[in-house]
Ligand binder design. Structure first.
Ligand code: FVH
Length: 288
């Protein structure tokens, strides 16, 4: 295990707990102490670490950290398997896969959908993509950490799904925080707002499947949907403004809606903003 930050330490600890031999290395000395106390082996150098076990797991800060750590020892990686659980973009994962292939290293990219405390529970999920052989060969280890899913041979896929899910999560959190600022302008606490809004937002997530059906079907005019005109968010944007609260998060959504209405699609469903977001249609405000 290369990298003993919060997540790397949790992954290594789980391996020790489940009886797997683990060799650990961290750039800054000392972070391996709790793991050594419970039975992990310490490696003094990256070169020592990568030759100690057939499976090498990297859980470092970012893409560049992986190169900084492994480029100098790449010859020692030849013929081994590298699982990279460091968060990267899809293209960074693909770049690492190509680099690994060039050096005869079997490469699997992983994306962790969990916080360190969740490691070892079924609620934790880790997505993998890249070498299917590596996934199948080491699946028993992966399953000790989380529910494991293989997302195909394109090494960038696990990262793409991870970042897409995080995009949804952060926009939802930003929406909550914007709402808290709106009611906060009249003195309601964010705590009360959270209690009031959680059941509502939770229920609304049931709508994902319906939007997905429309998007996948490609017919935004299918009957029974809430139309774009009906979804006009300008009263909410105005209310936010009137309360002295920056409507930036919501205004971004309204801009996507307005664009589709202006293009003559007002009677079609809200899911049509998918078209404003597609890569081939990035002219609106420099964003989408
Ligand atoms: N923690 C979490 O909840 C999230 C959940 C989702 C996935 N992430 C990703 O996991 C990667 C590691 O995250 P982490 O929480 O372990 O991060 P830190 O506690 O900040 O530890 C970072 C480790 O990376 C080492 N490191 C940083 N730069 C370098 C470098 N240039 N060369 C070698 N090692 C490097 C750092 O070492 P040190 O600072 O102690 O010397 C830590 O071991 C991350 O991609 C998350 O996005 C976790």
């Amino acid at each position: 295990m290369l990298g003993l930050g919060d997540m790397g330490s949790a992954l290594a600890a789980r391996l020790v707990d489940t009886g797997h031999p683990v060799t650990v290395w961290n750039r800054t000395p000392g972070r391996d102490k709790p793991l050594i106390e419970v039975g992990a082996e310490a490696a003094a150098t990256v070169a020592d670490a990568i030759t100690a076990q057939p499976l090498i797991v990297a859980c470092l800060l970012r893409h560049l950290s992986v190169h900084e750590t492994l480029d100098p020892v790449v010859d020692g990686l030849r013929g081994r398997t590298l699982v990279n659980l460091t968060t990267t973009t899809p293209n960074e994962a693909r770049e690492l896969a190509a680099w690994a292939a060039e050096h005869d290293v079997s490469y699997l990219d992983g994306a962790i959908m969990a916080v360190p405390d969740m490691i070892g529970s079924r609620e934790a999920q880790i997505f993998y993509s890249g070498s299917q052989t590596a996934f199948e060969q080491h699946r028993d280890i992966f399953d000790t950490w989380a529910t494991s899913t293989f997302d195909g041979r394109d090494a960038g896929m696990a990262s793409l799904i991870d970042l897409a899910m995080l995009s949804g999560m952060y926009q939802m959190f930003a929406g909550f925080i914007h709402g808290a600022a709106m009611v906060g302008s009249e003195g309601m606490t964010a705590t009360e707002f959270a209690a009031r809004t959680t059941p509502f937002i939770s229920a609304m997530t049931n709508g994902f499947a319906g939007y997905a059906e429309v998007i996948d079907g490609g017919d935004y005019a299918v009957p029974g949907q809430q139309s774009l005109e009906f979804s006009d968010l300008s009263p909410i944007v105005r209310a936010s403004d009137e309360q002295g609260v920056n409507p930036a998060t919501l205004a971004a959504v309204q801009a996507l809606i307005s664009r589709q209405i202006a293009a003559g699609h007002g009677s079609e469903g809200l899911a049509r903003i998918y078209e404003s977001l597609r890569a081939d249609d990035r002219t609106f405000g420099g964003v989408a």
